[in-house]
Ligand binder design. Structure first.
Ligand SMILES: *Cc1c(COP(=O)(O)O)cnc(C)c1O
Length: 380
């Protein structure tokens, strides 16, 4: 038998999701249809705003940026410490992602640094809600107003997070979520765009179906458009009914999912609170629904060793993220310092966090990590 390991992250699929998929398969209509329409309606209730479902979170970002009119010659401010999807979605439009440094306190975009990188070509800012926290999101919106920028929130980590008594996505300009296999809720793969802007909504609805005007309405009644016009570049980015069926069941389980994630993160926090070198991120888990649990280990130089040592005893850990400004494709010509990002990224370690993890697992993981940290720091 395969040795069981504590996984870094995983999907959590129960009988309800399996039955829902079976129901769709039995109908033999698998594409975008009434199930997607229902999932969108339920998400709109969740966010208290319209939601448009697409094939993944990257597509949600790409379509949102395109709908804002971004293209060649335009620039988008984004923190370097993010998943490559944020950068690829920007460059997919032809625009240039401008990597920014992060705040030392919350690891979110540093607006002072971002301001220094503004040019006449800057058209938008993409705050990335790293781990699920949003920091001072009002300040991001003030900054955007001051510089006349669109705001496309990469909220892939922040499904369910509350900011000032509202759900992320339920206010602001445009927010994009991911429902990939390991996110706070999953539809297998998938994502959505949440906004109140009717022009953006119409554009992303059309663009997800190859730009075919008003095809969405036809698909929802299992029809399709035979004669139509196309006025803009589109993509094959719609969500399928199979995915929506999974997503709908996962959305029903959201409060159980979020409570468990918050409980696990808070338990880690309590264990590490007085530790000399293991530093949890400053997040309030009464409002933040964490997608990942990240610690900074001061002075850590051998992450891959630690990763291997933990895996040898059955604990899988990870690293989020290698800074994007270091990648060949995105290295900026006017590259200047990223002091905080460069200072912290080597010391980041992501610990297991998913619905099936127990508090006993958390204790074991924390115990083993502390033991290893003691060993590596004996003569420091
Ligand atoms: C998951 C993720 C995305 C993209 O979502 P996919 O559904 O995987 O395409 C974008 N940004 C961040 C920060 C993510 O973690």
């Amino acid at each position: 038998m395969e040795k069981s390991i504590i996984r870094l992250s995983k999907s959590c699929i129960g009988p309800a999701e399996k039955q829902a998929v079976q129901r769709i398969l039995d109908q033999e209509y698998l594409g975008m249809g009434p199930e997607v329409q229902k999932f969108e309606a339920e998400l709109s209730v969740f966010f208290n705003r319209p939601a448009v479902c697409v094939v993944n979170g990257t597509a949600a970002l790409h379509l949102s940026l395109q709908a804002c009119g971004l293209g060649r010659g335009d620039e988008v401010l984004v923190s370097s410490l993010t998943y490559i999807a944020s950068f690829q979605a920007i460059s997919a439009t032809g625009a240039t992602p401008i990597a920014c440094d992060i705040h030392a306190e919350d690891y979110l975009i540093d607006l002072n640094d971002a301001e220094r990188r503004i040019t006449t070509r800057t058209k938008a800012i993409m705050p990335v809600h790293y781990t699920g926290g949003v920091g001072n999101l009002d300040a991001v919106y003030d900054f955007a107003v001051k510089h006349s920028l669109r705001v496309i929130e990469d909220a892939a980590h922040a499904f369910g997070t509350i900011y000032k008594n509202k759900r992320v996505g339920g206010f602001g300009d445009i927010a994009c979520f991911s429902f990939d296999g390991i996110k706070n809720i999953s539809s297998g793969e998938g994502g959505c765009i949440v906004t109140e802007d009717v022009d953006i909504l119409q554009k992303v609805r059309d663009a997800r179906l190859l730009g075919v005007e008003k095809d969405t309405e036809n698909r929802f009644s299992r029809e399709r458009s035979w004669e139509f016009d196309v006025k803009a570049q589109g993509w094959r980015y719609h969500m399928s009914d199979i995915m929506a069926a999974i997503g709908r069941e996962q959305l029903k389980r959201f409060s159980a999912f979020s409570e468990k994630r918050q409980k696990i993160a808070a338990a880690y926090d309590r264990i590490f609170q007085d530790h000399p070198i293991i530093m949890p991120l400053d997040r309030d888990y009464n409002t933040v629904v964490p997608h990942i649990y990240v610690v900074r280990i001061i002075g850590m130089e051998n992450r891959s060793d630690i990763q291997k040592q933990l895996l040898d005893i059955g604990i899988q850990v990870g690293y989020h993220y290698q800074p994007n400004h270091q990648l060949s494709y995105y290295q900026s010509k006017k590259l200047w310092d990223f002091p905080i990002t460069e200072g912290v990224h080597r010391e980041l370690l992501t610990l297991p966090l998913h619905f099936d993890l127990t508090i006993d697992d958390v204790k074991t993981i924390a115990f083993e990590l502390k033991r290893i940290c003691r060993d590596i720091n004996v003569d420091k």
